[in-house]
Write a protein that binds this ligand. Structure first.
Ligand code: 2X7
Ligand code: FE2
Length: 297
């Protein structure tokens, strides 16, 4: 059977969301916080439980690779992941099953697109917090195999255009690999929108009286982008993307959103908006693109 992408998610990864939730895997405990975003993720969790995908693929900016696009290819990875910037918020004991057959097909298809691609086969690899936070927030039961994909550094080291072009090819390669593997897949674009944040943290970090947008300009950018995405205006989004990235310092520069939209063939799907919230001033939206809404299923 030909595989298919059931849906794609914009699944931001501030470690504060896991910290605020207090799951048993996180050694650091909080009194809560960032509820609007955490409750937005509850809607994503419900959708995943309902659709029962075989695999969740995640593209994270915090697994950055300089040479090529890497695919995790070890049957199980486990260990403790600590956020290098917020180690007091995130010390997470992870354990994940990986669809290694899909990793191999993704790597093959990425090479067929002319990309440099590699399998990551180090059994002691410490998975980055971006991958883990998005996956935990989407499926805290960890009962669905996953496929972590690295963010190649080209949008930063080379140029935005060349970098995004690579993400578009990576998206197409990912789609073909899923079809060949014959699985029902969900894609997670692990990205914050506006990304300038405060340099001082309140005590405790979950003091929500101190949480707000970093600037009105950033907020306006986020709303403009979300409005386009809610209305399926992908071609218009592409036009303003460079300016958004530059002016809002948007984390989507690292490629996850472009990868996901490309895998969905840039269909004008009206994304379901589950919620928006700031984390230390950055703008974060949880959204879902149901592939069936674009007439593909
Ligand atoms: O990695 C992040 C992020 N993207 C946004 C906010 C806070 C922390 O970490
Ligand atoms: Fe980040």
């Amino acid at each position: 059977m030909k595989g298919q992408i059931l849906s794609g998610f914009l699944a931001p990864h501030p470690p504060h969301l896991v910290y605020g939730e207090n799951p048993p895997q996180n050694r650091v405990k909080s009194t809560g916080g960032w509820e609007s975003l955490r409750w937005a993720y509850e809607k994503a969790r419900e959708s995943i439980k309902k659709n029962k995908p075989d695999v969740i693929l995640v593209h994270s900016p915090h697994w950055m690779t300089i040479v090529g696009h890497h695919f995790a290819c070890v049957p199980e990875l486990k260990g403790r992941s600590v956020d290098p910037i917020f180690p007091h918020l995130f010390q997470y004991d992870f354990k994940m099953k990986i669809d290694t057959d899909l990793a191999k097909l993704c790597c093959e298809e990425a090479k067929a697109e002319g990309l440099t691609a590699k399998l990551m086969q180090n059994p002691n690899f410490r998975v980055d917090y971006g991958t883990i936070v998005s996956l935990h927030m989407l499926n805290p039961d960890w009962d669905i195999p996953v496929l972590p994909i690295s963010a190649n550094n080209s949008p930063y080291a080379f140029s935005l255009d060349a970098g995004q072009e690579q993400m578009i090819k990576l998206g197409q390669a990912t789609k073909r690999a899923i079809e060949r593997r014959g699985v029902k897949a969900v894609l997670a674009a692990s990205n914050t929108l506006s990304h300038l944040h405060f340099s001082e943290e309140p005590n405790p970090p979950e003091d929500m009286s101190r949480e707000h947008v970093q600037s009105d300009a950033q907020y306006k950018w986020d709303m403009r982008v979300i409005e386009l995405l809610r209305n399926g205006k992908i071609e218009e989004l592409k036009k303003i993307y460079p300016q958004f990235i530059q002016e809002a310092f948007a984390e989507v520069k690292s490629g996850a959103l472009m990868w996901m939209l490309s895998a969905l063939d840039f269909k004008p799907i009206k994304a379901d908006f589950y919620g928006y919230g700031t984390v230390i001033g950055t703008g974060n939206a949880v959204m879902e693109w149901k592939n069936s809404a674009g007439g593909a299923l």
